[in-house]
Design a protein around this ligand. Structure first.
Ligand code: ZN
Ligand code: ZN
Length: 326
């Protein structure tokens, strides 16, 4: 099969690689580029040693499936790239992101085919009644929903999202869709223009902090000072969620008084669970047009390198790499 193979920093190449083996095979139709893929592309990533295939946010068509699964060739599906086991200590303690026995799909999705292991088929594969590339966002939105589980947004909250990149914007889209007042801080003029066109209230960091007080703040930029500022400026009794991964070894300077006297709570999350993956699919299916806007650019697999470079330029939100479109 054809695959976009990651050979090293800023080096991708279309190669013929062996088709994955397995009983449940999905023909990839489209796959969006994640921040993690971009990080690996630019600086390498311990989890993705070249040569390897990147990509994990995808939808496709069943190519082959055992009859007992209920799927048949041609069924459209979205697939979780990995899934918690539901049985280990972490899973039983409601920490599925920390599961020690996760099942993973065979390879990255910037390729023609992906094999899904049996333990993942039951809860990690979801049939699509209205197939559409918007379902590539099921995984990133599932990561947002893990964060929302902790922050418990409700009507009446005043929420600030620091950072209007694709994940910050996705958090804002999910919150606004729930009818919760949400503001995004962003300095980049192009991104601000996008946020304006999507009717997402936004301003520079100073503007949004001066405009009002917030009781919940999500930090979706990996800058430690922005976390520290959020803790200092959130309302008494407020919550700050560290959504973006900060560089390894980062230490935060926080005032104990904010935590002790002002009762500020600090939370964080990474990854998703199969439960939030399923919930995410439901939310997208209910309002596909709300989320589809985030996918701004499209490239065929053969031009995958250009897709990554467009993201590097900062001039795109989610970029879709299409495969097998017929
Ligand atoms: Zn992702
Ligand atoms: Zn587990």
């Amino acid at each position: 099969m054809k695959a976009l193979v990651f050979l090293g920093e800023r080096n991708l190449e279309i190669q013929d690689v062996p088709k994955p083996e397995g009983e449940f095979i999905v023909k990839v139709m489209g796959s969006t580029i994640c921040g993690t893929d971009l990080k690996a592309y630019l600086h390498g990533h311990p989890q993705f040693q070249p040569p390897t295939i990147l990509g994990h946010e995808f939808y496709g068509k069943v190519e082959q499936a055992p009859a007992h699964t209920g799927y048949k060739p041609g069924d459209f599906v979205v697939v979780a790239p990995y899934g918690d086991c539901g049985k280990c200590e972490a899973c039983l303690n409601n920490l599925p992101e920390q599961c020690v026995d996760k099942s993973h799909v065979s390879n990255g999705s910037f390729a023609e085919y992906v094999a899904v292991p049996a333990p993942l088929v039951e809860r990690g594969v979801i049939r699509l009644d209205n197939p559409d590339y918007v379902y590539c966002l099921t995984e990133p939105l599932a990561c947002v929903l893990i964060a929302l589980e902790q922050m418990q947004p409700r009507k009446g909250d005043q929420i600030l999202v620091i950072g209007g990149g694709s994940m910050g914007t996705l958090i804002a889209m999910a919150l606004l869709d729930m009818g919760v007042d949400t503001y995004v801080s962003e300095v980049n003029a192009q991104r601000k223009a996008h946020l304006d066109s999507w009717q997402i209230p936004n301003g520079t960091t100073e503007e949004v902090y001066n405009a009002k007080r917030y009781n919940k703040i999500f930090v979706a930029v990996n800058v430690k000072e922005l976390v520290e500022e959020a803790v200092a400026r959130v309302n008494d009794g407020g919550m700050v969620h560290v959504f973006a991964g900060l560089p390894k070894g980062t230490m935060l300077d926080l005032s104990a008084a904010d935590i002790h006297y002002r009762k500020v709570t600090i939370t964080g999350s990474s990854g998703f669970s199969l439960q939030t993956f399923q919930e995410s699919h439901k939310r997208i299916a209910a309002r596909p047009s709300n989320y589809k806007r985030l996918i701004t650019d499209f490239f065929p697999l053969e031009r995958g390198g250009e897709a990554f470079e467009l993201l590097v330029s900062g001039d795109a939100y989610k970029v879709l790499i299409t495969t097998n479109l017929d």
